[in-house]
Design a protein around this ligand. Structure first.
Ligand SMILES: Cc1cc2nc3c(=O)[nH]c(=O)nc-3n(C[C@H](O)[C@H](O)[C@H](O)COP(=O)(O)OP(=O)(O)OC[C@H]3O[C@@H](n4cnc5c(N)ncnc54)[C@H](O)[C@@H]3O)c2cc1C
Length: 479
């Protein structure tokens, strides 16, 4: 039973998939209810694992050959090293993410740094550090900012004052504003924008303050950076992303009555007025289940939605996505040893030393990131590599080494743009269809589109599904 789907997956490539889907679908599940979760990223994986933990039989359907979605890694063809599709940072405040990783027994693979320091460098090679005191309490906050040399003394005071006011601002009060409008209301200067707010907005929201919603930025501050040392701690994966959890999910689901169907593309959830009745797959199979969960990215989810939820498609019209590009280099002696460096007044925004993060398996690997990279989308890889190298040399004037190898990885649909419109339009996990739930980083769980939003929505979908199953059982018993 446990391996039936893997076997089915193999037979599928021989052209038997449709018949075998039915066989597998009808197999006994020992009286357990059955859920189909579509999408093998953080949202789908956290939902599927929470459901099997509670005794539901689950099929996790993923169109790609591997799990991980937008947080994944691959092998570089030349160096044979693992490379992430783009650096992913975690925050101590990512409670649902930690819960999901703990369920799989892999939470130790993310290292949280309560005492870490955040170095920045500018065009002339001048370094400034944001110190950890910044993240804890009002006094620490003020001290951390007052020693941040990337700002003039006047701007340090202005920033400390702005953050103190932000702490007291109710999130709903800024719901209609962009981050830039709110920052101007807080009296923030071009200096504080340049060295603090803009980098923060790009790193946490993947958008510029003139586009991003003020509510999103305020949430990042209140739930993360200003929520104390533990919640504000930055978390780094100690392994390539695919090694952190996606390879552990299969064995976990097998132990707990779940299964993974890779290379299976869902095309449409069909419903009557009250419930989803079946799911159609790209190769023509029809899947029946007690519960259905969509955990695919925004654009794809809007295509799959059953017709009674067409209004969601309508509301989300015009909400765009924001790209991220990662430029990876291999040097004999990289220009810095720090885990992470921020760049001020340059095209590049952050760079990560993968050898420092992952150890010798990533020897010499530096990953440079540009978020909200709309204006770079027409550049060739060669141009992007040249632009990045030029910035690295500006920041590290002594650094002359040519890279042994360089690659460019685009994630053109990296995240939904967290604009005020997006915040108003996005749906909640629960839908009017009693057995259908929507998970994913784009769904409204009170957070910007991040790993934590994905895991929280996955857990919420699982909790709602369990409540539905419990009610259904009660109704059957009372009949
Ligand atoms: C380069 C980059 C850097 C990022 N950095 C950070 C960061 O530092 N911190 C942070 O918190 N977040 C970061 N994010 C955002 C984070 O990766 C996402 O918010 C999160 O991974 C989304 O998870 P998800 O499960 O909602 O969606 P996804 O990860 O996209 O998973 C959806 C899955 O559904 C599958 N699928 C799609 N359509 C179908 C279909 N029709 N049938 C079957 N399967 C389907 C996809 O193949 C995919 O595996 C970053 C994103 C990118 C791209």
């Amino acid at each position: 039973m446990k391996f039936s789907l893997l076997k089915w997956g193999l037979q599928r490539s021989k052209g038997h998939n449709r018949a075998n889907f039915r066989t597998w679908e009808n197999e006994s599940r020992g009286g357990r209810p059955h859920a189909v979760v579509v999408g093998g990223g953080f949202a789908g994986a956290s939902c599927a694992s929470a459901l099997t933990e509670a005794g539901v039989s689950v099929t996790l359907m993923e169109e790609r050959p591997t799990l991980g979605g937008r947080a994944c890694s691959f092998k570089d063809g030349v160096t044979k090293q693992d490379v992430d599709n783009g650096q992913h940072l975690f925050l101590g405040a990512y409670e649902d993410t930690r819960k999901f990783l703990s369920r799989l027994g892999v939470s130790h693979r993310i290292r949280f740094e309560t005492d870490g320091r955040l170095p920045f460098v500018n065009r002339g090679g001048l370094w400034a550090e944001l110190k950890p005191k910044f993240f804890s309490g009002n006094a620490g906050l003020a001290m951390g900012i007052l020693s941040f040399r990337a700002l003039s003394v006047k701007d340090r005071i202005l920033l400390a004052w702005g953050l103190a006011r932000a702490r007291r601002t109710p999130t709903k009060r800024v719901a209609e504003l962009t981050a830039a409008q709110w920052l101007s209301y807080l009296g923030q200067s071009p200096g504080t924008r340049r060295a603090f707010w803009d980098p923060l907005c790009l790193a946490t929201l993947n958008d510029r303050p003139d586009q991003a919603s003020a509510e999103a930025l305020l949430t990042v501050l209140k739930k993360g950076l200003l929520a104390g040392r533990r919640k504000g701690a930055l978390g780094f994966s100690t392994l390539a992303l695919s090694r952190v959890w996606s390879m552990e999910l299969g064995p976990y689901l097998q132990r707990t009555n779940g299964q993974i169907a890779t290379r299976q593309k869902a095309v449409l959830f069909r419903s009557d007025q009250n419930r989803v009745t079946e799911l159609e797959t790209a190769d023509g199979a029809t899947v029946h289940a007690d519960i259905f969960v969509s955990a695919v990215p925004m654009g794809e989810a809007l295509n799959l939605l059953p017709s009674p939820l067409a209004d969601i498609r309508h509301r989300m019209r015009g909400v765009g996505t924001s790209p991220i590009v990662a430029i990876n280099f291999w040097f004999h002696t990289p220009p810095f040893r720090e885990k992470m460096v921020g760049f001020l007044d340059m095209d590049i925004q952050w760079a990560f030393n993968r050898e420092t993060l992952w150890g010798p398996t990533a020897a010499g690997q530096i990953s440079v990131v540009i978020s909200a990279a709309h204006e770079y989308e027409s550049m060739t890889s060669t141009e992007l590599i040249a632009l990045t190298l030029a910035d690295l040399r500006r920041a590290f004037p002594e650094f002359e080494e040519e890279p042994r190898h360089a690659t460019v990885t685009w994630e053109r649909l990296a995240t939904p743009r967290p604009t005020p419109k997006f915040y108003r339009a996005r749906p909640s996990v629960e839908t009017p269809l009693e057995n259908f739930f929507i998970a994913g980083d784009w769904v409204n769980v009170g957070l910007p589109p991040t790993i934590e939003a994905a895991c929280r929505s996955g857990h919420r979908a699982a909790a709602l599904a369990l409540a539905y199953l419990k009610n259904r059982t009660k109704e059957t018993v009372s009949c």
